[in-house]
Ligand binder design. Structure first.
Ligand code: NAG
Ligand code: NAG
Ligand code: NAG
Ligand code: NAG
Ligand code: NAG
Ligand code: NAG
Ligand code: NAG
Length: 376
């Protein structure tokens, strides 16, 4: 088991974090923005790309019209500046600036450009179409910059941080981060519960931790937040430790053991955090609760518990059949832990049958009556 964890950690350390794109990559951008987003295609003046279900779809304006990303319409070519990686895109005949350098230009014939470079110390002035000594090189309007491609106000998932997003506003990029432990969901363009976002990016930057949390290098410890999350203790050359976050495979929960921590089948692990993690993705599912003598159940949706229920007196919850049963159920996952077994039979879980917090009506109706699952 420890071996499996070790492999997972090596795997996640090798995840290559894609850095800022140097050239237009619509396949990547379409995974970072909300469904339906339309953007300039910087390879042409009259073309756009729309993201449908995370895939780019091409479109072009008719006639001589240019695409305007802000109004998302085709407009007269003289009414906007076309910023294109293709230098002859705006004007197929004549001189054009090199979009990527200060001292370069193109001479375009029928849309095909020949590159030229101004003499030493001179830069190309697009307004006069001359090379001019010491002409101030303004910051180039990079055609591949996201803010020359996407309209203002579109959320863009940060490729380096699962909780980060960016937005263009008046051609400047604004960075943002989700509050608390929320992560950014590109398709919804909103901050959501961390369980609902696949985050393959290793935690960065690594923070060194106080001595004592990691006993020795290579230990696995609970993340103290989720049933399936753990940290790997990574020792630095300085002797300090950093923590690398990892998640157990579906159906397994983490627990600390004498040999450093394992991902064990969830039914074997008594865990004080939300046991709904990984459950309820497509339909509502029920899960055992910890520490309740196997009497109650959680109602899970999108990896979080949205309510709970309790079986009728003298019945036990059996997660396998998803219903209450008179047969005594005693699984490590839900049996009373030694600390609470001394208390009376009314454990905390049996006192409530409705703890739904996010108002899902279908869940409330299931949670409010314990007999619904018994009778079904
Ligand atoms: C994305 O948008 C397209 C076009 O509007 C639509 O047909 C499709 O169902 C949408 N996909 C999702 C996942 O909403
Ligand atoms: C979209 O247009 C670009 C540039 O013209 C082209 O390279 C690409 O293959 C096109 N994609 C599709 C799916 O047609
Ligand atoms: C430009 O293209 C047109 C049609 O394709 C052709 O008739 C014309 O000779 C070309 N002009 C030059 C300067 O190559
Ligand atoms: C936004 O974040 C990126 C890296 O994610 C950084 O390079 C850039 O300087 C930041 N911009 C601002 C305005 O904070
Ligand atoms: C988790 O909690 C335990 C007990 O309070 C503590 O010893 C441990 O250091 C905590 N782990 C982390 C990663 O904070
Ligand atoms: C449920 O969704 C989460 C997040 O998208 C994913 O990590 C997990 O593998 C899914 N679980 C199942 C059983 O499909
Ligand atoms: C509940 O316990 C049963 C029996 O051990 C197990 O098969 C099942 O996977 C558990 N369910 C959850 C959600 O922990």
């Amino acid at each position: 088991m420890n071996f499996i964890l070790r492999l997972l950690c090596i795997g996640s350390a090798l995840v290559v974090v894609s850095t800022a794109t140097l050239t237009f990559d619509p396949d990547l951008i379409c995974t970072l923005v909300v469904n339906g987003t339309k953007m300039n295609d910087p390879r042409a003046c009259n073309a756009w790309v729309q993201c449908i279900d995370e895939k780019p779809v091409n479109g072009t304006c008719s006639g001589d019209l240019f695409y305007d990303r802000e109004t998302q319409t085709c407009v007269d070519s003289s009414s906007i500046d076309c910023i294109s990686s293709e230098p002859c895109a705006a004007e197929p005949n004549g001189f054009a600036a090199d979009p990527y350098t200060c001292n370069g230009y193109y001479y375009c014939i029928n849309g095909t450009g020949s590159h030229g470079t101004c003499g030493t110390g001179m830069n190309y002035n697009p307004a006069t179409m001359h090379c001019i000594r010491d002409f101030p090189c303004e910051e180039k309007m990079d055609p591949d910059s996201l803010c020359n491609i996407l309209p203002d106000g579109v959320f863009i998932k940060d490729t380096n941080n699962c909780n980060g997003y960016q937005m263009c506003w008046k051609s400047k990029i604004i960075n943002g981060t989700c509050p608390g432990t929320f992560l950014f969901n590109a398709q919804k363009a909103e901050c959501v519960y961390p369980q609902t976002v696949e985050c393959t990016i290793t935690e960065s930057p690594p923070v060194t931790v106080a001595s004592g949390i990691c006993a020795k290098a290579g230990d696995f410890i609970s993340d103290n937040e989720t049933c399936n999350g753990y940290y790997y203790c990574h020792e630095l050359e300085t002797g300090e430790f950093t923590l690398e976050h990892g998640v157990c495979p579906d159906g397994r929960f983490f627990y600390e053991s004498d040999d450093g921590g394992v991902c064990a089948p969830r039914s074997k692990v008594n865990c004080p955090y939300d046991r709904c993690v990984d459950l309820g993705n497509t339909t509502i599912q029920l899960a055992n609760e910890s520490d309740d003598d196997c009497r109650g159940y959680l109602i899970c949706q999108d990896g979080t518990s949205i309510g709970s229920g309790i079986c009728p007196t003298d019945e036990y919850f059996d997660e396998v059949t998803q219903r209450c049963s008179t047969q005594v159920i005693s699984y490590p996952a839900c049996e009373l832990s030694s600390s609470s077994s001394s208390s009376s039979s009314s454990s905390s879980a049996t006192t409530t049958s409705e703890t739904a917090t996010d108002g899902s009506s279908s869940a409330d109706s299931e949670a409010s009556s314990s007999t619904t699952i018994n009778g079904s």
